[in-house]
Structure formats: C-alpha cells, structure tokens
Design a protein around this ligand. Sequence first.
Ligand code: ADA
Length: 558
Amino acid sequence: MNRLINEHTLRNKVNLNQLWDFIIDPNDIGESSKWYANFPKECTKIVVPSCWQNEMGYFDYEGVAWYATKFYSDASNIKLHFGGVTGLSKVYIDGDLVGVHYGDFTEFSFILSNLTAGSHKLVVRVDNTSNNENTIPLKSVDWYHYGGIIREVSIWELGDVWIDNYKIDYTFVDGYKKANLKAQLQINSTLDTDKTVEMTFDIDGNNYYGKTVTVSNKTEIEFNVDIDNIKLWEPTNPVLYNIRLSIGTDDVIDRIGFREITTQNGKILLNGKPIEIKGINRHEDHPDWGSAIPLKLMMRDVDIIKNMGCNAIRSHYPPAKAFIDLCDESGMLYWSEIPMWQYSERHFTNPLVIERSNIMAQEMIKRDYHSPATIIWSVHNEVDTAKIDCYNFSNNIINRVKMQDSSRLVTFASDRPMTDICFELADIICINNYTGWYGDDLDKWPRFLDNVTKRLEENNLGDKPIIISEFGAGAIFGNRTFDETKWSENFQDTTFEYLLDLFDKHERISGYYIWQYCDTRIPNERALSRPRSYNNKGIVNEYRQPKQAYWTIKRYFS
Ligand code: ADA
C-alpha cells in the first residue's frame, strides 16, 4: 500500500500491485532483442511489489531483469506512478519508452497523454547493478542491495485539467496559536484553450478557500489562508489535518501537521521546547520480504520501536511512503537520508555522482515535504568529510536542500569528528562512533566526547546540537555467556547500558540513534566479517525477536 490515505477522490485508480511477467537478463540482451515490444514467452511470474531475491534461484542475483503487465484504461491522460524501483529503470508503454529513472528509494511518475482507450502493455527494465564509482549506493555498502520493483505501482486516470504538483507552507503567528498557510499549485492541461474552473481548499472538511480560476497548461496558482486555534503536531499528540485541494474535476488529498523544528544554544527545539532524541536506526530488511516491507510489518516495527521507548527513527535512505505516514500518525520523529554511504574523495568530483545525488535529494524532499514527523534531511553518511572536495560537494547539495526546504534541519553523519571540515555546513553535528566495539573499550568514550566537544568549541561550533547518530555492538541472537564476550547478547546489553547513561548525562548531547533496530542481510563481500552474512547489531533479530538489550533499553527509557 503506497499510502495510508486515499490521495484522490476524483481520480480513478488502476492498481497494478499484482502478478507480473518476469525474466532476468544476465547477459543484458533484452534491449537489443526488443523485449519491451516482444516480451519473452519463457518468462515466469513475480509479485509486484517485491524483491526478486525472495524468489527461488535469485537469492543473489544482481543485474538486469524485465517486468511486464497489462492494464485497461478509457482515459486519454494517465499518471503512471512507481513508489520505488531499484537502480536504473526504463519504462515502456505499448513498446515506446516513456521514461527513465535512477534511484532505489524515491518515487517517480510519468504523465501519458492522448492514450487510446483500451488495453495497454507496460514493460519495465530494472537494473540494480551497483559499482564503486558512480552508483548510489555504492556496491560496497553494509546492507544488501536488493533488486526489483520494490514498492507500489499504480495508474491515476486524469481528466483534461489536473493538479500536477502542490506545496503547502505555513508560518506561525501569535506564538503557536495561529498560522498563515500558503498553498502553491501547478496545474496541467491538455486543452488547446483556457478553461475556467472552480478551485477549492478544505481542511478537515471545512472550506477555507474558493475561487473561479482560468487554467491552461502549466498554470501556477497561489493563495494564503489564516488558520486559528492551531493544534500542534507533537510526538505525544501528533495532530494531523486532512487537506483537500480541488480544481475542476480533479483533487488531491494529503495530511499536514503544524510544528516547528529549530535549534538554539546547542539544543533541538520542537515547537519552541527542547527535545531529546532517543532514536534508533532502521533498515528496510526482512528474510521473507527483503526491502519490500509489507504494511503489517511496517506497523509492527513502529510498534516495537515505540514500545521500546524510542521517539525517533533514522534510515540511510527514504523509507516506504506508508512508513512515513505511520510515523506522522504515531508521532515518531524521522531522519531521512540519501544513501551516500562511505564515499571517498574521488566520488565528489564525479559528475554522475553529483547529478544523481542532487536529483535523489530533490525527490526525497518532494515526496515527504508535508510530513510533520520528518524533521531531518541528511545528505551523506561517513564520507570523507576531511577533504575539500567533499566540503565543496556538501556545500552545494546542502544549499540546494535548504533552497527546496528551509523548514527542516539539514545534516550528515560523520565518523571522523576530529578531522571533519564540513561541520559548519550542518545545522546539527551528528557523529557515528563504535568505540567499545571496533576498537578500544567503552571507557574511552568520555575522552572521545571531550575531545570532540573541545574541537567544536575551538571551531566556533559550540552552539550546534550534537547527536550520536550511530553507536552499538553486535550480538548473535540467543548467544548468552557468563563473560562479556563479543557477539554475546550480554556484551551488547552492557554496551547500551553504559552508553545511554553516558549520553543522557552529557550536557552537550541532544540525542542519539541506536545502531540498529533489527539484524540485516549484508552483501557477500562482507560475509567474513559478519557472522551469518548478517549485520548482527540489531536490538531484535531479523524476525523481530528481542535480544537481551531490547529489554534493558525498554526498562532504561521507561
Ligand atoms: C557504519 C554505517 C552503518 C553500519 C555500521 C556497522 O556506521 O553507517 O551503516 O555499517 O557502521 O554496523 O558497522
């Protein structure tokens, strides 16, 4: 399910989440053989959405695969929407290429006009090949890079005038009691002439604005309305407002929440009040679904994380849109990131990396722009932030992010705080550190924190909040020992007992994200350093069974 809400009441939706024809293309002959027009008969069936690694025989397949299905529509204008397809996807309708998209975790869509009514053939070529030069993520990441149409596919039937894009912003007036809301709409039309239509804007069924407008293709409309008696979106009371914009015979439905996220004197403020982030890192991963997590499992993950006492979640990439909807509803703060994971100096001058990362950040922000739970955008993780090429790259992409969205905190996660030259570009200082696991003992943490805070002071960065964005230890589920041996649940347990207490008592730390929620599959290249070919730092295992640390953290938070 792409969203927890019905995004349109006036558009007919053709749901394409079903069995599709499927065939892998390991020798990449499909394009030259024109499979987009003549799909091979020797294909099998696959569920969309899903990861092909969950099909027998494809557990480790990386490369090109082809998908095909049919749909029927009477509409001459349609919007073909993909929630997420891994890698490079090429989309064909009735044998014609209608569009190309790159990026695993961001939604994309194509508008098709002047279609003839009837049955149509939809073919998608998916290439999840990754390398260590210009793909995002790189091949050498520490999570499994699944392949497929991993999120929902749907078709929205359009009339001759439709809302192509909309953006709702607001500013608070008189404290947080009132808000001035600004709506911006982009209207598209396939008409040759102007058309006069009614426009309305409703909040929770109450009409706030109405106007007769004249539209043609690429018409921009903007209006302001004042909202009184605002109920704020808060983690403990996540009030959401249902909004509806309509233009003629088209409409869009969404949800917004009124909240403000800022920083002041080294603290993160939500609606003017300091908050402590008690977060956890979550990969979308499960042995039976790969990264194509079904809604029930998303709910279970949010329930487990909330029940543990966390108030925030971080991921290395934008999660499924329904997961963001769940966080909006449950008051779970969200840190979304583009999967620029451990890039080196040479990558930051690679034109394709620059182009792809900018587009991915733009798509990440566009999709979740109205999510009140989403408070942080992150542009990379543990990249070479000690180098000037990274500084220039980070400066460029952070400026772009802030141009697109000035309402959220922008940052990155650094694993080299003593040599990092990019901290001044971030709103908050986020540090990944595994002292006590990869090296040294836990008792080296206080000195590490003192050195980092001293360096930040010396660089006039003492007013920026500090977040420990990753820390933790591995534990094989069920492995309990009398001694504190690594890979035992009790070693992991002790790690968190010590560090949560240290962070909570540290004046300069405004929060943290535990690494990590569940055990996750990793690429074979890392298997020797990762027992079971898994990253075993989960607080629960891959089947969401709690390790000892889950109970300790739950008790600690309560
Ligand atoms: C890094 C990285 C995580 C994970 C972690 C680990 O901090 O950001 O994705 O790989 O190390 O488990 O070592």
